[in-house]
Design a protein around this ligand. Structure first.
Ligand code: HAX
Length: 434
């Protein structure tokens, strides 16, 4: 595989740089821990290492140094398409280099070799009641695939630590290849006729997802590529990526790590926000019998806040401006579905919610994040809201598995921070103050 060859050229150099940095600055202080960090979810504390992506509070996500507009412009695209091959983005996340078309296609080809739905995974999904949340089925299906892990098999055979990344890379490719297959089947089991649509050899990974969902619309192929690219990564500290990193640090394989990450993504403050954002917009639409006016939506927003609830899709732990992922989706909406009622509702929300949140005075960031719009685009193509977090998960797999392989390449150890009792924290704080 071309990707393995390229990584085996790069990894010795990355290791050397890290070792030199560690040798020279081992005890240099780069951040300090305050009492507040323990009560505020360690917000912003600089304690994780990964070269894959970086979130600037104002410019948003950078994949290996490239912003979203740069990535969408520079990555190779299928003939006639405006959205890039997802395989090209995966190449960039792993190597740090923008791929040639041949390199992007080499990832797409590697995926094709694993795009099937094993019988036992299909049977596991079909054994579950249809009122199970799709995220539960998704996480379960990934665990059901775990027996395929090359990493776990080769680890048992005594694979040296320096080569762990190679086996992890095999898992990364096989796992990400199957996710759109598994997810589309879950969708059709829960909301369709339960039949399995196999992937087509002539379609790329993103477009194949649209095909396997049974949505035969080129705009949905474009949206799928865009959706997975935009959701692929958001640094290592977000709840799902960090969960996978922690689990992987025990040398559990990527199947275990990714399944755990999906359980974190399923929470309402994280990946479930896209489902909740659409629900919130739908409630406003229903209340006012159509697209509300700015005054009506302002009233509706205050009702939500006064009831002690958050406005889903707005605010962010790191960002302090409109999320560029939101902007990319907004441009897609303007191009492909400008007359859609819910897209018009999103436009009204963008005019009023930031102002309402500023007046409310709590949220550090009143601007929309990706979840304020992503569901509206999916809804246009008839996709059920409960499935939105699964779509997020398919995309996030790209970043999570790239971080996972990178961590093994850098031979990072098991994570083990220290917890304190309230009494111990108090005495340490008193000592520090004195
Ligand atoms: N509506 C109402 N209140 C909000 C708010 C919103 N959209 N965003 C933040 N706040 C409130 C917080 O609840 C917090 O209140 P308390 O002090 O009473 O606890 C206060 O403002 C300060 O919070 P913050 O520092 O601005 O934000 P956090 O880093 O604590 O939380 C969240 C970031 C994204 C969780 C938060 O903004 C939120 O709950 N937003 C709505 C849910 C959402 O859109 N989540 C998806 C985020 C993107 C993502 O990870 N997707 O997976």
């Amino acid at each position: 595989m071309l990707l393995r060859e390229r990584l085996s050229q790069k990894i010795p150099q990355w290791r050397e740089e890290a070792q030199a940095l560690r040798a020279e600055y081992k005890d240099a202080v780069i951040d300090h821990v305050t009492v507040n960090h323990l009560f505020r979810g360690m917000r912003g504390l600089k304690v994780l290492l990964s070269d894959i992506s970086y979130v600037d509070p104002y410019k948003g996500i950078h994949f290996r140094g490239y912003t979203i507009p740069e990535v969408l412009e520079a990555l190779p695209k299928p003939p006639g398409a405006t959205m890039p091959y997802v395989g090209g983005l995966y190449w960039l996340l792993f190597t740090g280099d923008l791929p040639t078309k041949e390199e992007a296609l080499s990832v797409e080809e590697a995926w094709k070799a694993h795009m099937d739905l094993p019988d036992w995974v299909k049977a596991t999904i079909e054994s579950m009641p249809k009122d199970t949340h799709p995220m539960t089925l998704f996480s379960m299906a990934v665990l059901a695939l775990q027996k395929e892990s090359v990493f776990t098999k080769r680890y048992k055979e005594g694979l040296p630590r320096t080569q762990h990344w190679e086996a992890a890379l095999e898992d990364a490719i096989a796992l990400t290849a199957r996710l759109p297959v598994v997810a589309a089947f879950i969708y059709r089991y829960l909301y369709g006729d339960g039949s399995y649509i196999p992937p087509r050899d002539d379609l790329d990974w993103g477009a194949n997802f649209a095909h396997m969902m049974g949505i035969n619309d080129e705009r949905y192929q474009e949206l799928s590529r865009l959706y997975f690219i935009l959701h692929s990564d958001h640094e290592l500290g977000n709840a799902s990526a960090h969960t996978a990193h922690l689990v992987g640090s025990t040398l559990s394989d990527l199947y275990y790590a990714f399944s755990a990450a999906m359980n974190a993504l399923a929470g309402p403050l994280h990946g479930l926000a896209n489902q909740n954002a659409l629900k919130w917009l739908a409630e406003a639409y229903e209340r006012y019998g159509g697209v509300p006016t700015e005054e009506q939506l302002t009233e509706f927003a205050w009702e939500t806040l006064n009831a002690g609830q958050v406005i889903p899709g707005y605010g962010h732990a790191v960002l302090r401006a409109t999320d560029p992922r939101y902007t990319a989706f907004y441009e897609f909406g303007e191009k492909y579905l400008p007359e859609d009622d819910f897209f018009r509702l999103v436009q009204v929300a963008y005019k009023v919610i930031p102002q309402v949140l500023q007046e409310h005075g709590k949220a550090a960031n009143p601007w929309p994040n990706v979840d304020a719009i992503s569901g509206v685009l999916q809804k246009h193509f008839g996709v059920e809201p409960t499935f939105y977090t699964v779509l997020f998960g398919i995309g996030r797999a790209l970043g999570i598995t790239a971080h996972g392989v990178w961590a093994r390449a850098m031979m990072l150890p098991i994570e083990r921070p220290k917890s304190l009792t309230l009494a111990r924290l108090k005495s340490l704080a008193e000592e520090a103050k004195a």
